[in-house]
Design a protein around this ligand. Structure first.
Ligand SMILES: Nc1nc2c(c(=O)[nH]1)N[C@H]1C(S)=C(S)[C@@H](COP(=O)(O)OP(=O)(O)OC[C@H]3O[C@@H](n4cnc5c(=O)[nH]c(N)nc54)[C@H](O)[C@@H]3O)O[C@H]1N2
Ligand SMILES: Nc1nc2c(c(=O)[nH]1)N[C@H]1C(S)=C(S)[C@@H](COP(=O)(O)OP(=O)(O)OC[C@H]3O[C@@H](n4cnc5c(=O)[nH]c(N)nc54)[C@H](O)[C@@H]3O)O[C@H]1N2
Ligand code: SF4
Ligand SMILES: [Mo]
Length: 815
């Protein structure tokens, strides 16, 4: 039920648009903001509101993940504006310009209005409108035919993070679970996941409200004030209390401008830096041995033969006793680690004839060559700075490390997270107020087992995980992982498949070989532009939804149905229903929305969510909360302990496709050269010869004014951020005669893109940076993904967009 807020300002929807357009054209950002929120109206002392306004609760559910709580203000049946709706804990109350831009998103001319079928060349933008019946039949007839002729894996589902609603997730996962087939989800943020899971465990990080307790805060590869801005005020509060901020980033970012120390590191070298910092901590006696004995794998013993921990069952214990063995420091006797109060944590030993070594020794062996002097060369960070930041972190605690996704988008990205994680582990800066390492707190899944598969039903086929990096090869050879994979059709939803891989030209070539590409979306994103069938999805406020699946906040929030679906759009839930029907199995998805929420959250919680609109997550309320991650001694690793040595790295989620993992690289900290983007000879490593032709490292950051591609077409935000840009250092720009505002061509052998240059004195020479999210038709020519690599390292299936070398030149735009 909505709440009626008396009378509003008398502005009709048209009046509202006129105001914003004027404001957008003539005023500062603050002016735009105030007119969008209605503040301007209130300040101007307008007469009493003449139009009744209803207010509904809702959630901004794009992939910024902050999942802000919104009021949708409806006048005369239309969403006139959005405003911040208070959470049940006011410390989290925030929304951003994108949240305010929601009305424009809803009424955007770029929305897909009805189902469409491609009639011209792929990508030519020629479409015919078709009915829902025709569109669904075209999809399901093809799907059935392909299953029959080539097997279920000939159809691939691809999704990622476009939408975080519960109904969205549950509906599609049931569709995929019941029909089976290939799953080729975009692999991003996985290097990060690997590095974190293997060391700190997931979910890492304390709740953001704990940031105020830190006395030192390191930001590693995080454009915090652009991508995670609602957390900034907690850090600012800490800073007011004397917290020191250290930012490790090749770019002088917003957060760097607030820092005490900015460390403009050479990209892809963080692991060397943190290994040196561990060495400095050891030299100075800053290792927290008591913490390590209690919380980490320090007491365990690694078998020299296979790198696995020695377990009781191997030395005469019960057959199923997997308790690791430890040696008592006082007696020299060995026994189950759980019973050894003061364990030996160093040295080589023999237990029952089995040669073992302490994990600590293996850590030392890995890091010993990365002295501050060596790391200084590799990272281009002075030795004195390495020592200084280590000292601050270790002696001015409690200390936290906030990692961002910068190093993730690089080859061997996991090593950078593992190394900084291990630095936090060995210094004992975890599991206490003000001490954490990681990205977000919590990853909240309710019991979804059993709701993927209807009671008594049997899935028609299993799902088959396919690595998206292999897509072009699969289309070329019809083979994957040494077996035939005749991939013929892709169903893409809540994701932009074409934008999510690197090397767009390769993707486009490969797409040509598909029988059918289906895009289920709100707007014409890069994949929709190239699709055969496009289905129009409702905006987030046009149906009931609950947001509890992925959020940085400790809340579940309720999205009321605010307005009827515009045009011919349908919710993802209803689209999935139609697909089940088209496939001849309506009985497998015969729920209405409330049935789904009841199954997922339980009757009582769902009733509360509807009534209260914002409730704490279960984990917060019933003891399982992660306010201080690890406070209870429970760490989310495979061993349940903090791992500065990783016995079994997080397994691949993809069917292996012929590559052998370098397990050693995952077990202890390692510095690994990037695959491509190494453009200077440094630290004893030769520059990649390709850098003579393409001397600049291209990297991407997440743009402040859109959430990946969500909001990227909003005019009001384009007033602040009108078009795609490339940021370039003063030196690299002047070497090429480039000034701010020039159009430039960025290119390499993979392709090129033409976009506007912004000369920025805060970027390391040798790097160009492109904020992401823009869609193909917004570039002058090409696309920034045309120059990006689609390669991945052998350890982790993850797109390494930023491991790319480019050249850049001035470009004359013909008018
Ligand atoms: N080249 C390049 N690729 C990248 C990245 C990069 O930096 N560069 N970043 C990577 C990262 S970190 C991530 S997390 C992924 C994210 O990759 P994506 O999942 O592609 O991310 P988004 O752009 O947020 O969302 C994709 C699409 O979801 C659509 N969408 C929004 N709401 C709904 C809905 O309710 N229903 C449906 N059906 N669709 C909806 C949006 O319109 C949008 O086009 O991309 C990765 N890919
Ligand atoms: N406004 C907005 N917010 C978002 C998103 C969005 O698109 N827009 N996307 C969301 C998603 S899906 C994600 S994954 C996050 C990502 O957001 P962040 O975690 O902030 O990650 P990025 O923006 O990719 O890059 C962060 C920083 O890493 C630096 N960097 C690059 N390479 C390296 C390196 O090798 N070492 C170090 N130390 N630094 C490096 C870059 O210069 C950049 O400043 O943001 C989320 N929030
Ligand atoms: S884009 Fe992110 S920060 Fe902005 S309102 Fe939406 S959820 Fe909040
Ligand atoms: Mo991401």
């Amino acid at each position: 039920m909505s709440e009626t807020m008396g009378k509003a300002t008398g502005l009709t929807r048209r009046g509202f648009l006129k105001t914003t357009a004027l404001a957008a054209g003539a005023l500062s950002a603050a002016g735009v903001l105030s007119s969008m929120t209605g503040c301007a109206e209130q300040q101007s002392g307008d007469p009493a509101p003449a139009v009744e306004e209803q207010v509904f609760s809702g959630v901004c559910r794009g992939n910024c993940c902050q999942q802000c709580f919104l009021n949708f203000h409806v006048r005369e049946g239309k969403v006139a504006r959005t405003s911040m709706r208070p959470f049940i804990d006011e410390r989290y109350n925030r929304i951003c310009m994108k949240g305010y831009a929601m009305p424009e998103k809803i009424y955007s001319p770029h929305r897909i209005k009805y189902p469409m079928r491609r009639v011209g060349e792929r990508g030519a933008g020629e479409w015919e409108q078709v009915s829902w019946e025709e569109a669904i039949a075209a999809i399901t007839d093809k799907w059935k035919q392909l299953r029959e002729e080539h097997g279920p894996n000939s159809v691939a589902f691809v999704t990622r993070t476009g939408q975080h609603g519960t109904a969205f997730r549950v509906a599609y996962s049931r569709l995929v679970a019941m029909f089976g087939g290939s799953v080729m989800n975009i692999a991003a943020d996985v290097e990060f996941g690997q590095g974190l899971f293997d060391t700190i465990g997931l979910p890492a990080a304390n709740d953001q409200s704990d940031y105020v307790n830190a006395r030192t805060f390191i930001f590693q590869g995080s454009s915090f004030t652009e991508s995670t801005y609602h957390h900034w005020h907690f850090v600012r509060e800490a800073q007011k209390n004397g917290c020191k901020i250290i930012v490790i980033d090749p770019v002088y970012t917003g957060i760097a401008s607030k820092a005490d120390i900015w460390v403009p590191i050479r990209p892809a070298t963080d692991s060397a830096l943190f290994m040196a910092m561990i060495n400095v901590a050891i030299e100075n006696g800053w290792i927290d041995w008591e913490f390590l004995k209690k919380n980490s794998v320090a007491p365990y013993l690694v078998k020299k033969a296979d790198g696995m921990f020695l377990r009781m069952k191997e030395v005469g214990g019960a057959e199923d006793d997997a308790t690791p063995v430890a040696i008592d420091a006082a007696t020299g006797e060995w026994g189950p680690a759980t019973e050894v109060a003061d364990p030996v944590v160093e040295g080589e030993h023999t237990v029952e004839g089995i040669e073992v070594v302490s994990p600590w020794d293996l850590l030392l062996e890995s890091i010993s060559e990365y002295t501050p002097a060596v790391a200084a060369e590799i990272c281009d960070v002075p030795e004195s700075v390495i020592r200084e930041i280590t000292e601050i972190y270790c002696t001015n605690g409690p200390s936290s490390i906030k990692v961002g996704l910068g190093p993730d988008h690089r080859h061997y990205g996991s090593t950078h997270y593992a190394a900084s994680g291990i630095f936090a582990i060995v210094t004992g800066m975890l599991g206490k107020p003000g001490c954490c390492h990681g990205y977000i707190s919590g990853s909240y899944a309710y019991e979804s087992a059993g709701i993927n598969v209807p009671d008594g039903a049997e899935p028609l086929a299993p799902t088959y995980m396919v690595a998206p990096s292999q897509f072009p090869e699969i289309m070329e050879t019809g083979m994957y992982a040494g077996a035939e994979l005749p991939l013929k059709m892709i169903i893409n939803y809540g994701n932009d498949f074409v934008r999510g891989r690197g090397n767009r030209q390769e993707t486009i070539k490969a797409l040509e070989k598909l029988d059918m590409l289906v895009s289920i979306n709100l707007e014409m994103n890069d994949t929709s532009l190239l699709a055969d069938i496009v289905l129009p999805v409702c905006e987030w406020c046009e149906y009931e939804e609950v947001n509890g699946a992925a959020t940085y906040y400790p809340f579940i929030n309720y999205q009321e149905k605010v307005i009827d679906p515009l045009y011919e759009s349908k919710s993802d839930f209803d689209i999935v229903k139609l697909l089940f029907e088209g496939m001849g199995h309506p009985e497998w998805f015969d729920w209405e929305l409330p049935d789904l929420f009841t199954r997922y959250y339980g009757e009582e919680l769902y009733a509360r969510i509807k009534e209260e609109k914002c409730v704490y997550h279960q984990y917060w309320e019933d003891g399982g909360h992660r306010y201080i991650y690890g406070e209870d001694g429970a760490w989310g690793t495979l061993t349940g302990k903090l791992q500065f040595y990783t016995e079994v790295p997080l397994p691949y989620s993809y069917t292996p496709y012929g590559r052998e993992r370098s397990i050693d690289v995952l077990r202890t900290p390692h510095f690994m050269l990037p695959n491509e983007a190494w453009n200077e000879t440094a630290g004893g490593y030769e520059a990649n010869p390709l850098s003579q032709k393409y001397p600049l490292i291209m990297q991407e950051t997440h743009a402040k004014w859109h959430s990946q591609s969500n909001f990227v077409r909003m005019g009001i935000l384009q007033e602040l951020n009108p078009e795609p840009t490339v940021r370039i250092s003063k030196k690299d720009a002047s070497d090429r005669g480039i000034t701010t505002g020039d159009y430039v061509r960025v290119y390499n052998d993979r392709g090129h893109v033409v976009l506007k240059a912004v000369v920025n004195n805060g970027i390391r020479p040798g790097i160009v940076d492109m904020p992401n999210g823009w869609v193909a038709d917004q570039f002058v020519e090409g696309h920034f993904i045309d120059v990006q690599t689609d390669s991945t390292d052998e350890n982790v299936e993850n797109a390494s967009f930023s491991d790319s070398l480019v050249q850049i030149e001035k470009y004359e735009v013909s008018k």
